[in-house]
Design a protein around this ligand. Structure first.
Ligand SMILES: C[S@@+](CC[C@H](N)C(=O)[O-])C[C@H]1O[C@@H](n2cnc3c(N)ncnc32)[C@H](O)[C@@H]1O
Length: 281
């Protein structure tokens, strides 16, 4: 097991855990530790560890194999195609790395509760309260049911499709949580109004533009160039509502009245579909 980044530029930990004064730790148990380490050392998750906002410990489940061949999988009782991850290495790995008896141990599985904004915030609160979160990555046809019964406390799916292993789902979960730790993003407001947040009433984010002002004949909505902050905010709110209604009508009931709370934005307002990217030739 090891941390994934050199912690040379660690700042005083703003996310210190109650009791220990240490940054919270996320432990990932996997048969492919290098795959997990590479991602956790990169971009925002990597910077979060280097700044001392979080620690990662990646454990190779194979180190807990009980035979000299380091076997971690075997055929299924009752027959059938595919191998099953054996219970002893998984259970013993969790028991070895877990610091708290009540630590949440997440198994990534397509059969788990669907990952979401709500679950992200729930797991973030759990990490902050306990200072520890553990993720177990399955492989093959999954883990022996007894390992699930003995050490798993929560099961998470990232969607209704089947991947070859739990590493990508675990990394999805870790990234979503870590970017919400206070101080990890340079501008926290940017996460506050992303899609699915309370700021967006659970709906989608609006469209965003940056330089150049005209690209391949496509302009930028006038209101965004006006410098009128209230109108810009109104335009963005309306645009987010409109997008949600168009693309995700299942989310629309929650935001039905959100766009009409303020009047139409002067010089911008609701952008008609045909006019959204004004062509300037
Ligand atoms: C090939 S899958 C096993 C699928 C399992 N037999 C089933 O049908 O439910 C191998 C591993 O990948 C991970 N996995 C695959 N798809 C996933 C998903 N949508 N969400 C979370 N984990 C997933 C799990 O850890 C799983 O144990």
């Amino acid at each position: 097991m090891s941390s994934v980044t050199d912690n040379d530029d660690a700042a005083p930990a703003g996310n210190a855990s109650p009791g220990t004064g240490q940054p919270p730790v996320i432990r990932v148990l996997t048969l492919f530790p290098e795959m997990v380490r590479a991602v956790l050392a990169t971009s925002i998750p990597g910077r979060a560890e280097r700044q001392g906002q979080v620690r990662y410990e990646v454990t190779d489940i194979r180190d807990f194999a009980v035979d000299k061949h380091r076997t971690v999988d075997d055929t299924a009782y009752g027959g059938g195609a595919g191998m099953i991850m054996m219970a002893p290495p998984v259970v013993e790995a969790v028991e070895k790395v877990r610091e708290r008896e009540d630590a949440t141990v997440i198994l990534t599985t397509p059969q788990g509760e669907k990952f979401s904004e709500e679950l992200t915030l729930d797991l973030l609160a759990d990490l902050q309260a306990k200072g520890e979160l553990i993720l177990v990555c399955g492989r093959y046809k999954g883990i022996d049911e007894r390992a699930r019964e003995l050490v798993v406390t929560r099961e998470v799916s990232i969607g209704d499709y089947v991947l070859s292993g739990g590493e990508l789902p675990a990394l999805v979960v870790v990234d979503a949580i870590v970017r919400r730790l206070p101080g990890v993003l340079h501008d926290e407001d940017s996460a506050a109004n992303d899609s699915f947040t309370a700021d967006r009433e659970g709906g989608l984010d609006c469209a965003w533009y940056t330089k150049p002002p005209v690209y391949r004949g496509l302009g930028v909505p006038e209101v965004l160039m006006s410098g009128h902050h209230a109108n810009i905010e109104t335009w963005r709110r309306q645009q987010a509502v409109e997008r949600t209604q168009e693309r995700r009508p299942d989310l629309a009931p929650a935001i039905e009245n959100a766009g009409s709370r303020e009047g139409p934005a002067e010089g911008g307002g609701r952008v008609p579909r045909h006019d959204r990217n004004r062509r300037t030739r």
